[in-house]
Design a protein around this ligand. Sequence first.
Ligand code: NDP
Length: 269
Amino acid sequence: MCYSAEMLKGKRVIVTGASTGIGEQMAYHLARMGAHVLITARTEAKLQKVVTRCLELGAASAHFMNGSMEDMALAEDVVKEAKQLWGGLDMLILNHIGYTYFNYFDGDVEHIRKLLEINFLSYVAMTVSALPMLKESGGSILVVSSKAGKIGIPFVAPYSATKFALDGFFSSLRQELIIKNISVSITLCILGHIATETAEKTVSHVMQKPGAPKEECALEIIRSGALRKRELYYPYTAVRIPLLIRDWAPEFLDSLTRNSLNVENVKKS
Ligand code: NDP
């Protein structure tokens, strides 16, 4: 299968966490391709602006729903809204994340519980609600994850736990869909450092290299979903090579990972 932007024309797509960052850029790409978009996040004013821009860029339609994904009822309501608006769904892009710190693990178990709800359980809840429509359309689920969801990276223990959980759940579900001959693809997107506002604020002081562009990253995610790829690695070498080393020389990779960070810039608590 060859990719073309036409593949997304008229498709009905939910993008979560689309008020800023990579999610916002995905909404703009989808709009330029002529898709229908339903976007989510907490901040209504930002979502309203993104919807307006999507319509200017050529979206077939653009809507938003705001609220926190700590609330599983919201996760389900977003999918119900898609059914009401369009009568079906072609692509579910799960991208939002809750706030977390970038530092030594502080022992706060409640924070991990809350983050698991936002970053993991709401993804599962949306998938469960959306599967009937996706089965009908032969659609796709795109799960935005991270290098920290495949390898041990210091200072992100709570976040990393939620991203590893996504790999376990969605890689298992993908196998079951294949066994049952259900034509719904699952693409796990493994991202390295991307220059979004949030990443610049939280991690740039520890990174030795600048982040990759969010616009290109957003397009690669959509492209890999349209092509029904199993996994995306972006930026390719920065993500794929550590994953290839991981199972052969884990201690070497651990040491490479520590040495690739300006650890001295992380405050010791
Ligand atoms: P951003 O912080 O820019 O965007 C996060 C989005 O989630 C925003 O729209 C935010 O909007 C929304 N959000 C935050 N809290 C909640 C909540 N409680 N309920 C619902 N929505 C919420 O993130 P990025 O664009 O940087 O990251 C996007 C994805 O890419 C994430 O899955 C992230 O893990 C992954 N990734 C990013 C990397 C990077 O370097 N940037 C690296 C690896 C992976 P609002 O605040 O209005 O709710």
